[in-house]
Design a binder for this molecule. Structure first.
Ligand code: OXD
Ligand code: MN
Length: 595
């Protein structure tokens, strides 16, 4: 749906198809938000938390079958199968439309249909884009108010003719008789379909975050990546952060990590190094483009955080804990006796009298966790004490460094700098991570997750690699590309690197590499630090060496596995990436360990 004149027709078509009882066009006002909260409280979807501890906060439990993104029923419906590529589920658009028509037929009966106009990105930025989400879920309305710029301003842009991405979401549970409502309506059958050519999204059956808040993964990543391919820019699964040195110089970085690898913690981290500070622009998505001055710029299309709760604590992420003191929606965490929230890792000892995410009394000896591992908080970005005002800049922030990371207990060094742009793109393409609870599947298994975009790239990933390579042009100042891994473990299975605030030492090295004020060892796999700033850090030489140890046999095996993996892209896999991999393999095999 691409023009404003279509908006009224679009609304009418969806009313005719889904047969809601009422239509509510969202204004985005605070009163409307309160109204959504009241509806959720009335339906038993939400409980209001203790006002003294969590001002204006809601506690929500989903249906136990609706707790994560459903990648296996997420589809890219491009005209040609090849445009979806080997990493996406593809369906013929015509067949999918038939399926959609049958699923959505009368799906909103007995419910109110909400029309959510929203903007992704700062209003007025040439990079920002409009969307309309139609939904039958007040939970979605409330979350979209936090996560996007939602309401009247967005509507007026669309009415003035701004194109918009059209999304339709239904929990897929029509109400046929009064009093039939359940606390978390959803459907056993789920489907998330994207039409990159016509810029449409249809989501059925789930009310959960990434499946239902269509501005986020569906629009800002899957559809936007396809728009970016066509228009020459990049939509990425990346946080955006500022790092300021003791001289007051700030550099901005973007970093891609697979889901639940600590992006939110990194984006909001505090620094242990005197004089160094970190500011936050975004924790999940970056839209990037090269400006006329040849520099790469990034905006955060989102306006809030939809963060993973477990593991977040005052010790490891005080900024997040501050954010979530008010105006926050908590989903699938545990509930305390005095109507506050708790999750594993928030405190060492759980409070007495907890109710778990399913609503049952919870015993700390229980095998199951009190909070669901993928439980979340939805909170406004402006509540983050380290929010960087440049996040509102219409042009975005200039990017000096790009960081790829993953959760790997072996092999991948703490930090590594690529030789050049092509090698950096190879590092992104080679990203892999041990699976977490953010998506349905086996936790702990290593899976390839190129650019942390595996579930989010809206087109052929082989073309996507080429699109990244194509960014390098004469006259452009290419950012340096790095890889990091905070998660390496020793022989006893303990993390070697302390992580969290101490990661600033790695960021400092990266910062100084960009300034070329610190030297590095050239190795076959990239540049490794000669040394890191260790002042005040209690880590032995032996441990530090383990973090940079190059296990040649392990790497050779890793590369052989990558050759196999990259084969799935066939001719679409860029030759220059293959050649780069061959060189690294050759040098490792021949023990050319350089200096
Ligand atoms: C997220 C995810 O919700 O990546 O951000 O799963
Ligand atoms: Mn994410």
């Amino acid at each position: 749906m691409r023009a404003s004149t279509h908006l009224h027709q679009f609304i009418k078509d969806i009313v005719d198809l889904c047969c809601p009882d009422n239509v509510h066009v969202c204004s985005g006002s605070d009163d409307e938000y309160d109204q959504m909260c009241k509806i959720m409280e009335h339906n038993g979807t939400a409980i209001r938390l203790n006002q003294l501890k969590r001002q204006n906060c809601l506690y929500v439990r989903t249906d136990p079958s609706d707790v994560a993104r459903v990648e296996e029923v997420t589809y890219i419906c491009s005209q040609n199968k090849d445009d979806a590529g080997p990493t996406n589920n593809w369906r013929d658009p015509i067949e999918m439309r038939e399926k959609i028509l049958s699923l959505f037929s009368r799906s909103m009966h007995g419910r109110t249909m909400y029309v959510i106009p929203y903007v992704m990105g700062p209003i007025g930025s040439p990079m920002s884009k409009c969307g309309i989400e139609i939904t039958d879920s007040p939970y979605v309305v409330a979350n979209m108010k936090i996560m996007s710029r939602m309401g009247r301003e967005a509507l007026s842009l669309i009415e003035k003719g701004e194109e918009f991405v059209a999304g339709v979401h239904s929990v897929g549970m029509p109400i046929n008789n009064v009093n039939e409502e359940v606390p978390w309506p959803c459907n056993k059958e789920k489907l998330i379909a994207h039409f990159p050519e016509s810029r449409q999204i249809w989501s059925f059956g789930s009310g959960y975050g990434g499946n239902a808040l269509l501005g986020k993964k569906c629009f800002a990543l899957r559809i936007a990546s396809a728009i970016g391919r066509d228009d020459g820019w990049l939509a990425e699964h990346m946080l955006i952060m500022g790092v300021t040195n003791p001289n007051g110089v700030t550099k901005y970085f973007v970093a891609a990590f697979p889901s639940a690898c600590g992006k939110t913690n990194l984006a909001m981290m505090l620094s242990t190094l005197p004089g160094w500070s970190i500011s936050c622009i975004g924790d999940d998505i970056a839209w990037m483009y090269f400006g006329d001055d040849g520099r790469l710029y990034a905006i955060n299309p989102e306006n809030g955080f939809f963060g993973v709760a477990p593991g977040t604590s005052v010790e490891n992420n005080p900024n997040a804990m501050k954010c979530i003191e008010k105006n926050t929606i908590f989903t699938n965490v545990a509930l305390t006796e005095d109507f506050d929230v708790w999750w594993e890792g928030m405190t060492k000892v759980p409070p007495q009298g907890l109710r778990d995410w399913k609503g049952n009394a919870w015993d700390s000896n229980s095998k199951s966790t009190a909070a669901h591992p993928n439980s979340r908080f939805t909170t406004p970005i402006r509540q983050c004490p380290s929010f960087d005002k440049m996040g509102d800049d219409l042009r975005g922030v200039p990017i000096d460094g790009i960081i790829f990371g993953g959760r790997r207990s072996t092999l991948i060094p703490l930090v590594l700098e690529s030789f050049d742009w092509v090698h950096g793109v190879l590092l992104g393409a080679s990203q892999s991570s041990e699976k977490t609870a953010a998506a349905v599947g086996v936790v702990g298994e290593v899976r390839h997750d190129p650019f942390a975009m595996l579930p989010f790239c809206g087109y052929n990933m082989g073309d996507y690699f080429q699109h990244w390579l194509d960014q390098e042009k004469d006259g452009r100042k290419m950012p340096k590309i790095f890889s990091v891994n905070w998660f390496r473990k020793d022989d006893n299975g303990s993390f070697i690197w302390p992580g969290f605030k101490e990661n600033v030492r790695v960021l400092k090295w990266i910062f100084e590499r960009i300034d070329e004020t610190v030297s590095a060892n050239k190795t076959p796999i990239g540049y490794l630090p000669k040394e890191l700033d260790r002042v005040g850090l209690n880590i032995s030489d032996d441990k530090l060496n383990q973090l940079f140890d190059i296990d040649i046999d392990g790497f050779l095996k890793n590369i052989e596995d990558l050759y196999n993996y990259f084969n799935i892209f066939g001719d679409k896999f860029p030759k220059v990436l293959h050649q780069k991999l061959n060189i690294i393999y050759f040098n490792l095999k021949n023990n050319n360990l350089f200096s």
